[in-house]
Ligand binder design. Structure first.
Ligand code: NAG
Ligand code: NAG
Ligand code: NAG
Length: 473
């Protein structure tokens, strides 16, 4: 027993509770219970292009570290010839072209169509590009907008979607997101939920999902992270290679950041440095993901990219009964780094509900320390669970009672979030509930940058006291 630290700890808890207010809220909002069933395959949202050779399932993602490249991916049912993309900054005048590669796989007796991936390099920053894929009468045209060059003052609006699936609720989430004005989707894992099917339908439901998201994913990048529904370890049908379909269909720019796996990587986009982690790949000390993250965090330059955002599938903090404490093993390994490096926000999915934490940490906990409860910590990130995209498993409606101190707001509804970065100190965060047609107050707040907003405060303190005040306030 060491009575002194314990007493100190209590004092810290009490003071911090008072200063941060700790107005915990479990929303009283009860959403109407629409059934959460997958949209039938013959529905128009999954429509196959009329010309059987036409590209379908078109989607794009960032193709390099800084946003000067885009990976275009698409599928053709009956045209293996060309993986070429023509593109340019003027519509119908495609003065550039790039050659991609084609791939194909089987899963049980399902045979995929031709899957094409093509990287467009050396794009200009902050520019609208038009691109065309496919040949002759079956070609199709789309466009995207490249981000500004990474710089501290860039404003940019991200959307956050997780656990999407392909139900009517998923469609509602997509439609709401498309009205948000956000420019890039940060996707926190669990894409198609095709693994809820069996045998050949597991492949077919990846195809329907690809056509489902094309309406937005062909025009702006989705930054992918993998969830448990991407693992698809299916021994009953002889398929045991984890992430097989996900990796074939959804490439990531992992080599540009020296990662050795498409499942964990980082990009810089406008004023943000975004780190994607894999909850379902080894992450303990000395594993490739651990070593890569240690090194990547050192490459973060807050003077250039003030905002440090982490994406993962399994939340490190959640007070829902479903998946309770599943993120604990990763928390024990990475939480300390998130605090050391002043991560602004950690977005996760997995739990089919919405929840936001206060700035808290539990890094003083170890097997022998006797501490086991998160305490307020201004250097810690905010943890936000956005696993409410609307898949066929339905909502995770049961939260633990009473609501723990670290949980700020929680509600079991479908929706998505947006993070609108205004400048290096301020971002407006908003969670949008699908049930609301127009403006209804859900969860929103101003996110102050962990590096720059604190530096300003530090500078002010410096002016007043003439001394340099340390971060560990
Ligand atoms: C595939 O293309 C060939 C040659 O153009 C054509 O004969 C065939 O009908 C096509 N198949 C489908 C399913 O469209
Ligand atoms: C565990 O916590 C105790 C008390 O804070 C500390 O003295 C000890 O060094 C910690 N052990 C490790 C391995 O971090
Ligand atoms: C940053 O944006 C916030 C919110 O729009 C604004 O209040 C603040 O003045 C801006 N800071 C600077 C330095 O422009």
């Amino acid at each position: 027993m060491r009575p002194f630290p314990r007493l100190l700890y209590l004092v810290v808890v009490c003071l911090s509770s008072v200063s941060s207010g700790f107005a915990r809220r479990t929303s009283a909002y009860i959403r109407s219970e629409f059934p959460s069933v997958d949209i039938p395959v013959d529905n128009e949202v999954f429509a196959v292009p009329k010309d059987s050779n036409a590209p379908q399932q078109v989607h794009i993602t960032q193709g390099d570290y800084d946003g000067k490249a885009v990976i275009v991916s698409w599928v053709t049912a009956n045209d293996s010839r060309s993986s070429e993309v023509v593109y340019g900054t003027v519509q119908n005048k495609y003065d550039h072209s790039a050659k991609g590669r084609m791939t194909k796989y089987t899963l049980y007796k399902y045979e995929s169509h031709y899957i094409h991936h093509c990287i467009l390099n050396d794009l200009k920053f902050d520019t609208k590009y038009y691109y065309k894929i496919g040949s002759g009468a079956s070609s199709r045209e789309f466009w995207f907008h490249t981000p500004p060059e990474p710089n501290a003052d860039a404003s940019y609006k991200f959307g956050v979607i997780g656990d999407l699936g392909q139900t009517y609720n998923s469609l509602s989430t997509l439609k709401h997101y498309m009205l948000s004005g956000a420019e890039t989707v940060l996707f926190v894992g669990d894409l198609s939920y095709a693994d809820r099917y069996q045998y050949n339908d597991v492949g077919l439901r990846w195809d329907t999902w690809g056509r489902f998201i094309e309406q937005i994913a062909a025009y702006q990048p989705w930054i992918w992270s993998a969830g448990n529904h991407e693992i698809e370890y299916l021994p009953y049908m002889g398929e045991v290679l984890p992430f097989k379909q996900y990796l074939q269909r959804y490439p990531t720019p992992y080599m540009a950041c020296k990662s050795n796996s498409p499942l964990w990587y980082a990009i810089r986009r406008a004023s943000s440095h975004i780190i994607v982690l894999s909850s379902y790949s080894p992450f303990v000390k000395y594993t490739p993901q651990w070593i890569w993250l240690r090194d990547e965090l050192k490459r973060v330059d807050r003077e250039k990219t003030p905002w440090l955002i982490v994406l993962m599938h399994v939340p490190l903090y959640s007070s829902n009964e479903i998946h309770y404490m599943e993120g604990e093993s990763m928390r024990a390994v990475f939480e300390e780094w998130f605090i050391q490096h002043r991560v602004d926000v950690v977005f996760a999915g997995h739990v089919h509900a919405y929840e936001r934490s206060y700035r808290i940490s539990n890094i003083h906990y170890n097997v022998t320390s006797g501490y086991s409860y998160p305490i307020p910590n201004n250097a810690a990130p905010i943890y936000i669970t956005v696993g409410d995209g609307g898949n066929q498993e339905g909502l995770a409606g049961r939260f633990r009672d009473p609501q723990p101190d670290h949980s700020a707001f929680r509600e079991a509804s479908y929706g998505h979030s947006t993070m609108e970065i205004k400048n290096k100190t301020h971002a407006f965060y908003h969670w949008n509930r699908n049930d609301d047609g127009s403006k209804v107050e859900t969860d929103s707040f101003v996110l102050y940058n962990q590096y720059w907003a604190r530096n300003l405060r530090r500078r002010k303190l410096k002016n007043i006291k003439g001394t340099y005040t340390n971060f560990s306030d």
